[in-house]
Write a protein that binds this ligand. Structure first.
Ligand code: ARG
Length: 589
């Protein structure tokens, strides 16, 4: 479907052509002076040079041609040569009817959908999830849903960290504590036990201790590195123990992602591409890309135009162990082979940006990724506490996801109980849904690359630019509609809309008519914050409209039905957008 701006641009373009100018000059945009007009066209300014005329003269001629247009209720040529425009209520309502009847509310679909691989989540096995993983999961899930909505084919891969030193650290620590386990008996030939020798809580204790120790105890660190290497080259006992870690850890991770409404199409990880590494490394050597430097195998990725330092991309450590880079390169190779993606997008903390620059360059240089496959690294900022420092628990530890959700939920519950009277059961159920919205919206409404402050009190507020405010608006519409039905009203089809009467009604219609263009743009730009900004505008436009306009008390039946249709459309667009961000609206609040 065309966007409203496209239609208005076509109309203005016709007028430019009729006045003897290039129709392409008729590009209409949303006004950046909403106090003066709704839309604007700067084509006369752009055409002045080409036609050797004063812009105001061109604008004046075009304005005259537009004066009878059914699309515009106001057209003014103003100095030095702008066209200030207002859309006519009739044209707006006609357009909005089409939007209302369209399955995607006017979202322009791509001619050729892109195949996109989103690499997000990125949890590490046997290592607790931290807030960076939370951000990656929240942003990635929103992008997956937005890009799908915008008509693309998206494959989400969690890309688990399951092959690195953390595995060796845990193995070495267990081996030291329980050397008698069969996993450490090199002569063992039977089948390894079904039961894991640890629980998830054990693992979560083992890793941080082992990690801290490796920083002080060089011997232990060497053991962990050796265990990592042994695991990677296929030591059967270590592999069996690793299988157990995967099993225990994955169960816990899935539970965590479930509680965040985050799902993946692929549960692959660093370990999934082990088999590819030897051949890939061999090729990089044979073709002269990789060479030995201080014992390690590296590929140069420097370019002449670099202004910052660009260290080579390391492919193998001097002990032959593969690293984060190696598995990422092999994963790219596999993704290209299996899925032929047009675009691969990676989401981690922005501190990994140099790393991804190196890996991307290496992948291009060595032909692992073809030139027409786009590669994007979306680095996000740090989530800080209200003290402005990276978010920690009260006792200074790393925040566990469950705790973060739990604390937010408790505050949400308190605010819900404080509001209107609700049953305890209702309050609990609502708190579950709304707390998730508070956390996700609080994150997504910031531009991803920026740091932000996780402020439970603000995020759970029903007022302001928050998730609960958005959901409150949806619930409010639902309850008006329920009341209308209780009074014997019949819910009309969404396209029973009527032309707007007042300013607030028109504003709401204009915001709704902009959904499709906004959605396509926000998805393409990987910018969930733009969708949040839209939601906030829409919620505000709705609440203002609702405040100013009697709906159920409207006596003209056609207009009343039209207003109810507008409510239905607003509800559906709000809910669609909320869902695309990765959360849901409750039925009551
Ligand atoms: N496991 C990594 C970490 O915790 C994130 C993985 C991101 N994806 C990737 N393909 N490297 O930092």
């Amino acid at each position: 479907m065309n966007t409203l701006l496209d239609l208005l641009s076509q109309e203005a373009g016709k007028a430019f052509a009729e006045a003897g100018y290039d129709a392409a000059l008729g590009r209409v945009t949303v006004s950046n002076r909403p106090d003066l007009c709704e839309y604007q066209c700067n084509g006369a300014m752009a055409g002045a040079k080409q036609y050797h005329k004063a812009p105001i003269q061109i604008a004046g001629e075009v304005a005259e041609k537009l004066s009878g247009s059914a699309y515009f209720s106001e057209v003014a040529a103003v100095a030095p040569g702008f066209l200030n425009l207002k859309v006519s209520e009739g044209a707006l309502a006609e357009y909005l009817k089409e939007v209302a009847a369209d399955e995607k509310f006017g979202t322009p679909l791509p001619e050729k959908p892109l195949k996109i691989i989103l690499d997000y989540g990125g949890a590490n096995v046997a290592k607790p999830l931290h807030v960076g993983h939370l951000r990656s999961a929240i942003i990635g899930e929103a992008l997956k849903r937005m890009l799908r909505y915008a008509g693309h084919e998206v494959i989400g891969d969690v890309h688990l960290g399951d092959w690195g030193l953390q595995m060796g650290l845990v193995i070495a620590a267990i081996e030291e504590q329980q050397p008698e386990l069969v996993y450490f008996d090199p002569g063992f030939t039977g089948t390894y036990p079904e039961e894991a020798p640890f629980t998830i809580s054990d693992l979560e204790e083992i890793y941080p201790k082992a990690s801290a120790r490796s920083k002080e105890d060089a011997d232990f660190k060497a053991k962990a590195m050796e265990a990592t290497h042994q695991l990677q080259i296929g030591n059967p006992g270590y592999r069996a123990l690793w299988d157990q870690m995967m099993k225990v850890s994955l169960k816990d991770l899935k539970k965590n992602y479930d509680s965040l409404n985050v799902t993946f199409d692929l549960w692959k990880g660093e370990s999934s591409v082990q088999d590819r590494i030897p051949a890939m490394v061999q090729r990089l050597k044979d073709e002269g890309y990789a060479y030995l430097s201080d014992g390690a195998l590296v590929v140069d990725v420097k370019e002449d135009t670099d202004t910052k330092e660009m260290p080579p991309c390391m492919i193998l450590k001097s002990d032959g162990a593969s690293l984060y880079n190696t598995t990422d390169l092999a994963t790219m190779e596999e993704r290209v082979e299996l899925y032929h993606p047009d675009w691969m997008v990676y989401m981690t903390d922005k501190r990994q940006s140099l790393y991804f620059e190196q890996v991307f360059r290496c992948a291009r240089k060595t032909g692992i990724v073809p030139g027409d496959t786009k590669l994007t690294f979306l680095g996000f900022g740090t989530m800080n506490g209200t003290d402005g420092k990276p978010f920690k628990t009260r006792d200074g530890g790393v925040m566990r996801l469950e705790m973060l959700i739990g604390d937010t939920r408790a505050e949400m519950l308190r605010k819900i109980r404080e509001g209107r009277p609700v049953t305890e059961e209702e309050a609990q159920a609502t708190a579950d849904i709304v707390a998730l919205a508070a956390i996700k919206y609080g994150d997504l409404s910031n531009q991803a690359s920026k740091d932000y402050i996780f402020d439970i009190d603000r995020f759970t507020s029903f007022e302001g630019d928050t998730g609960p405010y958005i959901l409150y608006t949806v619930v409010r519409i639902k309850s008006i509609l329920a009341k209308y039905e209780e009074n014997g009203g019949r819910i009309p089809a969404r396209d029973a809309l009527v032309p707007a009467v007042g300013e607030d009604e028109k504003k709401l219609q204009m915001v709704l008519s902009g959904f499709g263009a906004m959605m396509a743009g926000a998805a393409q730009e990987l910018a969930p914050h733009k969708l949040c900004g839209y939601l906030y505008d829409l919620a505000n436009a709705f609440n203002k409209f609702y405040h100013e306009t009697p709906i159920l008390a409207e006596t003209d039946p056609v207009r009343r039905e039209g207003l109810v249709a507008l409510l239905v459309l607003a509800r559906d667009v709000l809910e669609t957008a909320v869902h695309a961000l990765g959360f849901d609206a409750p039925s009551k609040m």
